[in-house]
Structure formats: C-alpha cells, structure tokens
Design a protein around this ligand. Sequence first.
Ligand SMILES: *[C@@H]1O[C@H](CO)[C@@H](O)[C@H](O)[C@H]1NC(C)=O
Ligand SMILES: *[C@@H]1O[C@H](CO)[C@@H](O)[C@H](O)[C@H]1NC(C)=O
Length: 215
Amino acid sequence: MDSRFNKTLLLTVSLSCLLLSCNATRVLTIPPIGAPAQSKATASALVGSLFSVASATNKINPVITGFCSGTESPALCAKTLAPLLLQGAFDPLKALETEIEATMKQAQTVTGIILKKLADHNTPKAALDALHICKDQYSDILDTIKEALELIPQHNVVDAYYKFSSVISNKCTCDDAFTESPGVENPLVNESLTLFQLGGNCLAIMDALVNHSRL
Ligand SMILES: *[C@@H]1O[C@H](CO)[C@@H](O)[C@H](O)[C@H]1NC(C)=O
Ligand SMILES: *[C@@H]1O[C@H](CO)[C@@H](O)[C@H](O)[C@H]1NC(C)=O
C-alpha cells in the first residue's frame, strides 16, 4: 500500500460516514453503471460512537490500522483483517475480499437467528411477518455478497460497489419490518448492526480502491 492510497482512504472518512444511515446518499461520482439514484443524506448519531472505538485498534499492525482508518468501524475492520498479517505483504484487494467474507459470515449468522425464530413455537405471532420479510432480505443479501465476491478476482470493484450498496438497503428493509410491527422486539438488532458495520467497511474500502485506481 502506498501513501496515496492511504490519503484516499482518509479522504473517504467524511463521505463514507453518510453510509451509516439507512437513508444515506451513496457519495460516489464514478461513472454510473446502473447506479442507484439515492438522495436524502442523513448523518447518523452512530458515527461518533463508532469512531470513539478507533483507539482500540492501536494494538494492531499500523498498516492495518491505517487501512481501516477510512472505514466507519475501524476497530471491527482491524479485527477482521488481522489474520491477513500472517499471510505476508498487505494486499488491499485481499483485504477487501476478507472484509466481504466477514460480512457474508455475519449475514449467515443473522440468517441462522431468523430461521431459529421462525421454527420456534414461542415466537410471537406478531413477529412472524417481519421475520419472513427479513428471511427474504437476508437471502438477497447472501446472493449479493456472493456475486460481489466473484467480481473481486476480476478487479471489478466498481460493479461490486454498486451491488454491495443493496446489502445496506436490504438490511434496512428488514429493520423497517420490525419497526412497523408494534410491540415486537427485533431479535436481530445486535447481530444486524454488526452486519451493517461490516458492510459499511466494505463500501468504504471499495470506494477508496476505486478512486485510488484513477489517481
Ligand atoms: C473520488 O474521485 C472523484 C473524482 O476525482 C471525487 O469527486 C470524489 O470525491 C472521490 N471520492 C472519494 C470518496 O474520495
Ligand atoms: C443486544 O445487546 C444488548 C446489550 O448488550 C442486550 O441487552 C440485548 O439483550 C441484546 N438484544 C438481543 C436481541 O440480542
């Protein structure tokens, strides 16, 4: 990784923060290939608390810390990328792949909770609709992540980025299903937040990679 890449990552911080809201604008100006037309940027109160955990990454290799500093959840990013250090020279594409794989694993975890809740006779009837919606959303998320992963070896980060944006909106659709079910507690709330953070990290890394390649 060279210093230009580092700078690009730092530049993305203020922009990619916006991604942490379900209504966020995709702040990319790369040529649209079926780019989603989104509007209404809303900053998330979450951002502050996420950055406050950045110091926890200090124990990790400075290359990884630097790489992750441009993401929305630097500590989580550094934690998921730490195993890469055992594999020789740091490769940003490999790092992206690793973060995407971590997101996939988390999506599988959330899917597991959904299936368990659906099979559980103690699950309140009022929660079933939302759970079914979430099951569909997470099935889409898993498909999307698989497709995005296949684009990385082809160095097609631009298409992977646009594909991946839908992971965040699928996650938000699932959240909404619970918000719109009065009296029903969202059993996915913690695990899906982690998915959101990992997904946001992937988007921030892809954003940086795309702009780096045009420098
Ligand atoms: C990417 O590059 C474009 C064109 O130079 C620029 O407008 C945009 O702000 C950059 N995005 C980021 C995240 O740096
Ligand atoms: C989410 O985490 C909070 C705080 O750790 C905990 O109190 C709560 O029970 C968790 N909720 C679920 C649904 O796991």
